[in-house]
Structures are given as structure tokens and as C-alpha cells.
Design a binder for this molecule. Structure first.
Ligand code: GTP
Ligand code: MG
Length: 354
């Protein structure tokens, strides 16, 4: 060290024992000592992760559509999903208000559709945005007796910003005060023009209560999905997005994640933003234990060391060390960088300035 410092000092460089030398300089000096320096490859972990990995077309197989249900508060999003799933989630909600994104998988004549239910209350803008960003199709629910409202417009903006297809479901047509034509008229202002008016947006009048029009809505979703030719490679390490996460008293951190690529298995090591861990247990949207989850499948997983943020990207990696390194790097490089892949890298400001 003293010899090197002296040498550099004589060459006009004030350095100390902690200084760093550029690679070129270091390799020149190394040569004087008959050594060949090799540059260590510096990998920016986050950049690596953000890279959309190239997929070979031949590995791609079709995957189910992921559909998010959006719209103004109380326009009947959860009721519509209840009608589709034949469940009664609405009646169990506190104050009848959805406060989190709920994921469910529905089988329609042998074809699968993954639904994300989003809250309509104005306080949940971030959830609506996340819903739109992780899906292929948005079902815009507009109550026929109420028409276009502030969060209807917000939902349209989220869907447009995320570049996803919008199918309009005019709900509550069973009500006497329902006015389907008025809703159609109001939506033309937002460039959602029905096909029978010369536009290209699919409008489905429905009633979550009488179930009128629901079959037609499902058919339209599958038709739209067909055109999109949605595909993913199931034979690779899983990658996807965190929909919701919380700390459970008994089970520790639990996260609902949507697998977007690859297959996630129990036993896989994963990195999720600042958290990491090994998938200890996995349950599907019906609460059943599963050992693997294919693309477009939402699953709840246990085994993370901390609760990840919703919207975070998760990825399966080779081993625990890699998972830990990624989360540590993530913490040190700042989370903003990962909180988004290209599609997700937009702020609300962008959204509203459009
Ligand atoms: P948030 O999640 O809080 O935004 O509400 P939501 O859009 O999920 O609405 P929800 O399904 O909770 O329904 C709101 C109210 O509208 C409930 O009282 C439902 O019973 C009622 N409702 C929903 N769909 C229909 C329908 O088709 N017809 C009639 N008459 N009422 C409906
Ligand atoms: Mg709801």
C-alpha cells in the first residue's frame, strides 16, 4: 500500500488507503507488478430485474384473462362479482364498502377468468390504479340509475393510462329509475362509444340482482380476451405483482400475489421489494391449499420475512442468498426503482395531466 501511495503521489495523485482508482489506472499499475487486472462485473440488481426478459414465442401458451372491475362507489361491482361467482361477499363487507382488492377465479364453460374487485370509494385511488395496471381488461361498472360519477371518470383514466381494454357494464337495469341511454350518452364524452352508435366499445346492460345480462357480459369478456391472444410461459421462474399484503397474527406476513409469468411453487425462494423468503404455504382464491400457481393466478402466500407493499413486483429466484441479496439491494438502492415496471412507472400526476 505504501509503495502504491508513493507511486501515485509522485504521479501527482493524492490518494489514501481508502481511495478508489479507475479501472484503467489500476490495470496499468497492476501490469508493472506483472499482474493482469480483470474488471469485476458490476451488476445493477434492480436494473437486471426490471429488464423485461425476452421470451421465446414457442414457450408461450395461452393464459386466462385478468379482469379488473372498476367504477364509482356503490355502483354494484362486488354485487356483480357475487352474481358471477354465486357468492355473498357484499353482505359481509363493513358498511357495504369494499376496502381492499379482492381476487377471484371463475370458471365459465371451461374457460377461466381471473377477476380483481376494486373499491369505488374515492379514498382508494391507489388501489384502482394498481388494479388497472395488473390486468388485461377493465369492466367499468356504471349504475343505470346514477350515471357517470367522479370515480367512474377516474377509473376510465386509470384504464386508459394502463392501456387496457374497457368493457362497460351498465348495472342495476332492474331499477325503475334506470336509464341506459343516458349512461351511453354520458360516456361518449370519454370516448367510450357503443358499437351501435358507430363506436367500438362493448356495452353490457346487466343486473346483479336479477342476473339479467351476466352471461352476455362473461361472453364479451372471453371474446375480448380471445382477440388479445394473451400468452405466458409457464415453464420459467415466476414473476408477478403483490395485490394485497398484511401481517397475520398467527401466520406472519401474508401476501396476495398475482402470478403473471412462470409458475410459482411451494418451496420457491422469492424476492419482493424489500422482503424475501421461501413460499411456505399457498392458498388459491377459494382458500384451498395449492402447491403451484400458473400465470394469471392469484394466490395468497406465507413465508416472507416482512410485509411487502402492494404493487411491488415479486420474482422467484434460485436460492435464499439471491433472494436476500435482491431485497438488500432493493433497500439500499431505494424502492422507487422497483415499484414499477414500465407499465407501472407512472405517477398520478401523469395520469391527470393527460
Ligand atoms: P364499493 O365496493 O364500495 O365501491 O361498492 P360496489 O360497487 O361494490 O357496490 P356493491 O356491490 O356493494 O352494491 C352497492 C349497493 O347496490 C348494494 O346495496 C347492492 O345491493 C346494490 N346493487 C348492486 N347491484 C344491483 C342491481 O343490479 N340492482 C339493484 N337494484 N341493486 C343493486
Ligand atoms: Mg365493492
Amino acid at each position: 500500500v505504501t509503495a502504491l501511495i508513493k507511486k501515485l503521489f509522485l504521479a501527482g495523485k493524492m490518494v489514501n488507503v481508502n481511495s478508489e482508482l479507475p479501472f484503467d489506472e489500476a490495470s496499468e499499475i497492476a501490469l508493472e507488478y506483472n499482474c493482469i487486472a480483470e474488471e469485476e462485473e458490476k451488476v445493477d440488481v434492480i436494473e437486471e430485474l426490471l429488464k423485461e426478459d425476452e421470451e421465446d414465442e414457442k414457450d408461450m401458451v395461452s393464459r386466462p384473462p385478468v379482469v379488473c372491475v372498476m367504477g364509482h362507489v356503490d355502483h354494484g361491482k362486488t354485487s356483480l362479482l357475487d352474481a358471477i361467482r354465486q357468492t355473498k361477499v357484499t353482505s359481509g363487507e363493513a358498511g357495504g364498502i369494499t376496502q381492499a382488492i379482492g381476487a377471484s377465479v371463475v370458471d365459465v364453460n371451461g374457460q377461466t377468468i381471473t377477476f380483481l374487485d376494486t373499491p369505488g370509494h374515492e379514498a382508494f385511488t391507489a388501489m384502482r390504479m394498481r388494479g388497472a395496471q395488473s390486468t388485461d381488461i377493465a369492466i367499468l361498472v356504471v349504475a343505470a340509475d346514477d350515471g357517470v360519477m367522479p370515480q367512474t371518470i377516474e377509473a376510465i383514466n386509470h384504464a386508459k393510462a394502463a392501456g387496457i381494454e374497457i368493457i362497460v357494464a351498465i348495472n342495476k337495469i332492474d331499477k325503475e329509475s334506470a336509464n341506459i341511454e343516458r349512461v351511453k350518452q354520458e360516456l361518449t364524452e370519454y370516448e367510450l362509444i357503443p358499437e351501435d352508435w358507430g363506436g367500438s366499445t362493448i356495452f353490457c346492460p346487466v343486473s346483479a340482482h336479477t342476473k339479467e345480462g351476466i352471461d352476455n357480459l362473461l361472453e364479451m369478456i372471453l371474446l375480448t380476451a380471445d382477440v388479445l391472444e394473451l400468452k405466458a410461459n409457464p415453464n420459467r421462474k415466476a414473476r408477478g405483482i403483490v395485490i394485497e399484503a398484511e401481517l397475520d397474527k398467527g401466520r406472519g406476513p401474508v401476501a396476495t400475489m398475482l402470478v403473471q409469468k412462470g409458475t410459482l411453487h411451494v418451496g420457491d425462494y422469492i424476492a419482493v421489494g424489500a422482503s424475501h423468503g421461501k413460499v411456505r404455504a399457498m392458498t388459491n382464491s377459494r382458500g384451498e391449499r395449492v402447491t403451484e400457481a400458473l400465470p394469471s393466478t392469484p394466490v395468497q402466500i406465507q413465508g416472507l420475512n416482512t410485509v411487502p407493499d402492494a404493487g411491488e413486483i415479486f420474482m422467484a429466484v434460485d436460492n435464499e442468498k439471491e433472494a436476500r441479496t435482491i431485497s438488500e439491494t432493493y433497500i439500499s438502492q431505494g424502492k422507487e426503482k422497483l415499484l414499477a415496471d414500465t407499465k407501472q412507472r407512472m405517477s398520478l400526476d401523469d395520469l391527470y395531466s393527460q
